[in-house]
Design a protein around this ligand. Structure first.
Ligand code: UDP
Ligand code: MG
Length: 306
């Protein structure tokens, strides 16, 4: 029986691999627990796989799960959770932004009886101000709309007890917003704070466009409120239109016929058109979600396990 499964997604990370293993290996060995490191090669095109195979010769605890193409970080972590044999699992980034030193503290909390130990960033000072503002907005909107609270500034770096692993493994959905799934699962949770360092090598794989898609997926996976917004907007606009109609009626009765302005007409038309298109877009987002789920395609495809 293995104590800890470390889950590491790799996507074009040939520059980070050496640094990652030389940082994490001594820490894991010092724990005096049995462990495995599941390296998920998420369709890298830069020799990451070859380097991982070389590392495996040095460290037999490695298991390489090689995807047939790039499926995204959430799919990679899903694969890690599926393959994990440990009594607990820890997903961690390989760019050392998730400091491996925290693993010892996480394991300590786990031994105290917690099922999930979150690593919480004490602040976001190393992010750009745009990223800070958009991330803050995301958490506010998400927590307003969703039934399960998503803890702020917590990523995938966390310890998961076997109970949590089995619970999350049983989720059938294809759209894997992992943080949301973990929050939905519940369990006895605690967190430890840390200061997130800059990426050690290479560049972030997340453009703003990709983050936007991630945020939309996250919110629509865990709330159907956006679908209902059009009801309230519709009620509001109907009420406004009705009041204005009454006002025009009485003004015409008491003050006579007025020459109507085109401006107000076009503004009303544009406003309504905009609201209708947005509502359609929201509905489309959910139908797209249903469509994708109904195809029941696999979340990831493994080419080989090494
Ligand atoms: N990653 C992945 N597949 C992807 C994008 C990223 O497996 O499609 C991995 C990447 O190799 C890294 C982790 O996810 O280990 C976090 O990626 P990154 O550092 O780019 O994200 P950030 O820290 O900027 O959120
Ligand atoms: Mg990173």
């Amino acid at each position: 029986m293995i104590d800890i499964s470390i889950i590491v997604p790799f996507y074009n990370e040939s520059e980070s691999i050496d640094g990652f293993f030389s940082a994490i290996m001594p820490i894991l060995k010092r724990l005096k627990l049995s462990f495995e490191i599941l390296c998920i090669n998420d369709g890298s095109k830069d020799g990451t796989l070859e380097q991982l195979i070389r590392k495996k010769k040095q460290f037999p605890q490695l298991k390489i799960i090689n995807f047939s193409r790039n499926f995204g970080k959430d799919a990679a972590i899903t694969a890690g959770i599926d393959f994990a044999e440990g009594n607990c699992a820890i997903p961690i980034d390989c760019d050392l932004q998730d400091p491996p030193d925290l693993i010892a503290d996480m394991v300590k909390k786990w031994r105290e009886g917690f099922d999930m130990v979150l690593a919480k960033r004490s602040d976001r000072s190393e992010d750009s101000s745009l990223k800070r503002i958009t991330a803050g907005m995301f958490y506010r909107v998400y927590n307003l709309l969703s039934d399960t609270e998503l803890p702020e500034n917590v990523g995938d770096f966390r310890l998961l007890d076997r109970r949590v692993i089995d619970a999350v493994k049983a989720f059938p959905e294809r759209r894997r917003f992992m943080k949301g799934l973990f929050a939905f699962a519940g369990f006895k949770t605690t967190s430890i704070e840390y200061k997130r360092p800059e990426r050690s090598k290479g560049t972030s794989k997340w453009s703003y466009w990709r983050l936007w898609g991630y945020a939309v997926d996250g919110i629509t996976s865990f709330s159907i409120f956006p679908l209902k917004i059009s009801i309230y907007l519709g009620m509001l606009v109907t009420f406004l239109a009705f009041s204005r109609g009454l006002w025009i009626f009485f003004r015409t009765v008491f003050c006579g016929v007025d020459v109507p302005g085109y401006a107000s007409t076009t503004v009303a038309l544009l406003l309504l058109g905009g609201i209708q298109l947005m509502s359609l877009g929201v509905i489309g987002e959910y139908i797209g979600g249903i469509y994708n789920e109904s195809k029941k395609r696999p979340i990831y495809i493994v080419r080989d396990v090494i």
